[in-house]
Structures are given as C-alpha cells and as structure tokens.
Design a protein around this ligand. Structure first.
Ligand code: MOS
Length: 736
C-alpha cells in the first residue's frame, strides 16, 4: 500500500512546524504600526455601569483610545434562527448574542466593559488596570438552583417521547429514580483566544483563533454590515479550542472596531482569566433519570429530564438527552430539556456537547438499573442494545457497539471482576472496574475544496477548514495521495483561510466526514482536466479516450505506457490541471448515522491516604473507516485524558457573594497532568460506513469523552460502594 494513502499512518505534516515554533498562531503575529488592546472586565456579575473614570488611565504613556458603551460604534446583530448543518457555509453565528458595549448593563462577572488601545501590550494593560468603573450592582443569580428559584424553567426544545414511560415505570417492580449533576466546565485550550484586525480601503482583515474561518468571516461581515467578500479571516494554525473557538465572541468584534476607529492594526489577546467568562463554558446541568426494567432484565422505560444554566441574554440548550433517545432498545422513552438563567457568560459547545454530561447521567443510571436487576452491567447492556434507531424509526447505517463491548471487555479482562464492591485489592489500594458506552452523532455538512496538479510535479490543495490539532493537514494530503499516488513531499496543503474554498467549522466531529469527500472530488476533477489535456491533438495520449486513462504513482497511463503527469503539462505549456468541488451533506431520511464505543476503566482508591486515580483504560471505538490510525487514536487518547479531568477534577467555581469565577487560572482550575494519565489502550474497529461518504469515515474528535465519566463513576462504585452522582468525583465526596 502507498504509505501515505488513506488508512496508512504517516506522521503529521505540521508536526515539525509546531514543535519548532515555526507555526504562527494569532498572538504570535505583528504588523507595522500595530496597536495592542486590553480589556477592562466587570467586577460584578449583575447590575449597571454608572460611571467610567478614565483620567488616570489616559495618563499612561502610549494610550491611544478607550472604548466603552458611550463611544462604541453601532453595529449589527446576527440572526438566532435558521442555522443548520446544511447551511453552515453561509451561516453567521455568534455565541454571545449581545454586541460588546451595547449598553450599560452587566450580565456576568468578567464581562468586557471597556477596551484600552495603546502602543504596547504593557501600556494597554497598565491603563486598563487604571480605568475605574462604578456599578449599581444587583444581587446575582449564581447557580442552577438559584436560577430556578429566581426565574423558573424555560423550554429548551429537543424533546422526544414514545410509548407510555410514566405508566410503565409506575407499575414496574425494578426501577431507579436519581438526579445527576455536572458543574460548569471551562474550555482551556493552550492557545489563548486572540484577534489581530486591520482595515484596508474599507475591507476588514483578521488573524483569528477560530475553529472556522468561513463562518467567522461570514459573521464578522454581518456584524460590520459588510458583504463577506470584503472580509478575510486567516487562521492556519490554532492551539485547539474544544468548541470555544467555533463562533464569534466579543473580543473579535471589539478588536475590529478598535482597528477601524484608530486606523491601525489592533491585536487583542483574551487573558486566561477572562477565558473563564467571555469565551464560553459547558453549562451546569441537573438531570433526573427514571428507568425501569422487567424481570427478564429488559429496560422497559427511560425518562431523562435535563436542566442547564444559560446566560440572561442567550438561550443555549445542552442536549443531554440526545443520545438517550436511541442508544438502547426501549419502547417507552421521554427526553426533555429546560434552561434557567444565571449571571454567567454565554455557555457554548464543549467537546461532545450534550452527550458528555448526558451520558454521565444515563450510563451511571444504566449501571444502577443493572445492579437493581442483580445483573452484571456488561451482559445487562448487551441484552438491551438497539437494533435500529427507535427515535427516528430508521435503521443504523452501521452500528458495531456489540463488537466494541466484547472486544473491549476481553482486552480489559472484565471476567476478572468480582462484583462485590470493595472486594478487589492490591496492597493498600482497592481496585474498581467500571464500564460505560459512548455514543456521538455522525454529521456531514457541505464543503468545498480546490486541487491543482502542477507542471512542476507537485499538487496543491486549498480548503478553508481548520486543523485544530486533529491532523486535518495530514489526512487531506492522504486523500490526494490516495487518488494520485503522489508522495507527501509533493503535496502542499493550505488550510484555515477564508479566501480558500468554503468549509464548515472544525467541530461536531464532522470536518473529516465533510471535507475529505470535497478534496477527493476536487482531485478527481483535476485528474479529469489532466486527462483532457493529455488526449488533445498532439498530446502524448492523443488517440485515447480521456476516461480510459488511469492515474497512479503520479503518472497517467493508458495501460501500455505510464507518463509523469508533470511532463504532460510541461509539454503543452500548461501550468496546472485544476479541479474544484462542492460536496453535500449525508442522506438523512433513510438511515441513522452515529458512532459508538465502550470504555473500560480501572480505578484505584487508597483509603489510607484518600487517593483516587484512574489507572487503566481500554476503549473500543466504532467510528467507521479510520483514515489515519495514529491521528485517530491520538484523538481518542486526548478525549480520555479530558474525560479523566471531567470525572475527577474539572469544575469552574463561582464566588457566592459576587458571582465571579474564582478558580479562573491554570493553577486552580484543575485538569489532568502527566501523573494523572492512565495506561490507555484504544481499539479502533475500522468498519467503513459507506452509506455516509465514499471513504466510510465518521468523525472521531468527540466520541472519546462521551460516557467516560460514567465509566469512572461506575468503577468508583465498584471500588468503594459509593455512588457519586455529582461531578467531579473528588476525594471529599468519597470521604463523606
Ligand atoms: Mo466541538 S464542541 O463541536 O468543537
């Protein structure tokens, strides 16, 4: 096999650029005459600005301007409705719906209330510290329970109902009724959110830390009342995002406006502390699960009612019940979503939105139900797997969950599990085994790409999609290599620039499934033009029919003779053969597309020193065809490490007195470090889902975190006999 084709494991082509510091991120950029901007952020979470005292700030040398609600230009909002996967290439999407500095209202702690623009970063920051803002503060609504008390529940939609779950539950002898809670978690990508904006002849240009150059371009154009053609957004590399960089946040608008007002380029980097308030978070959830089972161990009813916090100005729904509708076979199901308003910044998608907290609840509850049935949770799950998507009444395009559970359990050694809690020990440690299923939607959106086969023997590919650290550069090159036989060093991939063919955001685990078909089609179109050139009068295959020529090893062949394509172009003095393609979404009406998997987790609890750790993980994942086993496995490993954080550490804490995020830094917002990382064994099933796209590949970025926290909670129960229904599972909760 071609060692850089689809299914092979070539190294990341951007790896060397990143580890040598050659890859430039937005905050690394500078432009001549550039100014620096630094925000002034609210110190109350609710209320009104009554005054802004700027004299002291203006005395700092180099200060050029201070923006606030009284002098900020009037801009435009983006629509809240009409957004869908099908229209993503032309969509304008903001996460925080309010425009920055729109009025004097404070909706959350850490809201940007002024912006200082100065000649250096240090001057801008110093002056920002000297801006004195006074407030008429009101008592903030600080968390989910207070939100419900203060302003009740709002319908979040995305409901599902079938059968008669209430009646079945009431008559059932075996049932569980439990409430699960997950805290606010904050995205902490290594790369800070940042914008570098400048204007030229009325056109706006941005370097931006974004997961989607096309959508960011559309959105900022809308906000400034420009056509998208007059805006460019460039983001060749980003230091991840986890969902926080999907859509527009206030700093990008503020930097763009400041650049227009000052007539100079303006760079704005969001300080880490304010990435806890102004660039999104996974909201707090409360989920009530009511499940029943028959004497035969079959699930007879499932109800999953979810509430999440949202800001006072945005209606963000965390789709916790999304997977619950169809993961297990069950005739009686009810799923509902509600929101309640709190004084926090706008929540947004964070890796596997909905499914990550939702499957913590569902897969914990399934374990509890298995125990109530006096069954091992593994055969209990196997006996209740779905054979079709019962929520849509459609067949699965491809579902190998049974195989994932069986393979994972063998590799993990589940048969060694003694079901009695606390019964397995080694030295001072108590060992717990837990399992949970993972599940994530498979989406595919429209996408565009352009491919040039050049007369110097190289190929070049352009597409506006991001590589957020997933390996997109590499798998795009693999796709071109697959179809042309060119080696990697001959393939130049350019991504993340809105002037390139349009692409969806790199999110939702849909980029691979959406973009590779466009790249493949563009490559075939380029080969098509090459064949036409090669069969013109006087050309090397002048007598042949174009469609009979094949492309292999960078050569065109009529079956008798193979000729380097570069020499064909060179002989006819063509610079290149070119192909463009726009491909569509997945067929949605006949099949249901989803990815599946199973996590097996060993935890170790040392009661003598109150130490809990995740020691070993085996995860078997069914995401269709694996394009690159190295980058794919790396995605799942990363998601598992993030899952360890979700299970044991992560929680954004808000000060009860003023609603301000307290642990808003890398020191106090705990995420896993090397010492917390378990032994991880990822099994990729690699069954192509050819109904989904030509390569049979679904996405892989998110599924690995789904269900993981439940697998840990189930293992913790097995080790300690304590059922922790509220994340994170801290030692304090185990010692209580
Ligand atoms: Mo993902 S949360 O869609 O970046």
């Amino acid at each position: 096999m071609n060692s850089t084709a689809i299914g092979a494991s070539p190294r990341r082509i951007d790896g060397r650029l990143k580890v040598t510091g050659t890859a430039l991120y937005t905050s690394d950029r500078s432009l001549p005459g550039m100014l620096h901007a630094y925000g002034v952020y609210s110190t109350v979470a609710s209320g009104r600005i009554t005054g802004i005292e700027m004299a002291d700030a203006r005395r700092v040398p180099g200060v050029v301007d201070i923006l606030h609600h009284e002098n900020f230009p009037r801009l435009y909002r983006t629509p809240r409705s009409g957004i869908s996967v099908a229209t993503i290439l032309t969509a304008s999407i903001t996460d925080e719906h309010r425009l920055p500095f729109e009025d004097n209202t404070v909706h959350y702690g850490g809201q940007m209330v002024a912006l200082v623009v100065a000649d250096t970063f240090e001057h801008a920051r110093e002056a920002a510290y000297r801006v004195k803002v006074s407030y008429a503060g009101a008592k903030p609504v600080i968390d989910l329970e207070h939100g419900i008390k203060a302003n009740g529940l709002h319908d979040g939609g995305r409901a599902h109902a079938r059968g008669t779950p209430e009646a079945v539950f009431d008559q059932s002898a075996v049932k569980i009724d439990a409430v699960y809670r997950t805290p606010v978690e904050t995205h902490n990508p290594m790369e800070m959110h940042a914008t570098l904006a400048w204007w030229e002849a009325g056109d706006l240009h941005l370097y931006e830390a974004t997961q989607g150059a096309t959508v960011h371009r559309n959105t900022i154009a809308q906000v400034f009342g420009l056509t998208p053609e007059r805006v460019t957004v460039d983001a060749p590399f980003i230091g991840s995002g986890f969902g926080s960089k999907l859509f527009l946040w206030p700093h990008s608008v503020a930097a763009s406006a400041a650049a227009r007002m000052t007539g100079r380029p303006v760079k704005l980097v969001v300080p880490r502390a304010y990435m806890f308030s102004t660039t999104g978070q996974r909201p707090e959830t409360r989920q009530r699960l009511r499940l029943s089972a028959g004497a035969d161990g079959k699930i007879t009813s499932i109800r999953h009612e979810s509430v999440n916090t949202t800001s006072f100005i945005d209606q963000y729904v965390e789709n916790c019940g999304g997977m619950t509708q169809s993961l297990y076979a069950c005739p009686n199901v009810m799923v509902s979503h509600h929101t309640t308003n709190v004084h926090r910044g706008a929540p947004t998608s964070m890796r596997a939105p909905g499914a990550a907290p939702g499957l913590f609840a569902l897969e914990s509850a399934i374990d509890e139900l298995a125990l109530a049935c006096r069954q091992d949770p593994l055969p209990f799950r196997l006996a209740n797997l779905s054979t079709r998507d019962e929520s849509q009444n459609l067949p699965w395009s491809s579902n190998h969950l049974r195989e994932a559970i069986e393979l994972g359990s063998r590799k993990f050694g589940w048969e060694r599990r003694d079901p009695r809690p606390g019964s397995m020990t080694e030295g001072p440690e108590i060992i717990g085994y837990g399992l949970a299923v993972c599940n994530w939607d498979a989406w595919r959106t429209p996408a565009e790409a352009r491919v040039f086969l050049r007369s110097d023997g190289t190929a070049s590919v352009t597409c506006a999609v991001q590589d957020i650290g997933t390996g997109m550069y590499t798998i795009v090159a693999q796709t071109v290599s697959e179809l042309t036989g060119l080696p990697f060093e001959k393939i130049d991939v350019r991504l993340g620039d809105s002037t390139f063919p349009a692409a969806p955001v790199a999110g939702g685990s849909w980029a691979t499934a959406s973009v590779l078909p466009a790249v493949a089609e563009a490559t075939r179109n380029a080969i098509g033009q090459l064949r036409t050139f090669a069969t013109e009068d006087g050309a090397v295959f002048a007598k042949a029919k174009p469609e009979t020529l094949t492309m292999r090893n960078g050569q065109l062949s009529d079956g008798k003779r193979a000729v380097d394509y570069a020499s064909i172009l060179e002989a006819q003095r063509f610079a290149s053969a070119e192909g463009f393609a726009r491909t569509g979404g997945a067929p949605a009406d006949k099949l249901s597309f989803m990815s599946f998997g199973a996590h097996f987790v060993e935890v170790r609890w040392d009661p003598g020193i109150s130490r809990l750790r995740v020691a070993r993980v085996v995860s078997a994942i069914d995401v269709g065809r694996v394009i690159n086993p190295v980058t794919a496995r790396n995605q799942v490993e990363g998601a598992i490490v993030m899952g360890v954080g979700m299970a044991l550490f992560e929680a954004t804490e808000y000060d009860e007195r003023n609603g301000m995020p307290g642990n808003n830094n890398y020191a106090e917002y705990a995420v896993p470090v090397h010492a917390d990382q378990p032994e991880i064994d990822v099994i990729l099933l690699d069954h192509p889902d050819l109904e989904f796209n030509e390569f049979g590949a679904r996405g892989i970025g998110e599924i690995g975190i789904t269900g993981f926290a439940a697998a840990v909670a189930n293992a913790v129960y097995h080790a300690t006999g304590k059922r922790i229904r509220e994340l994170p599972i801290t030692k304090e909760k185990l010692m209580a």
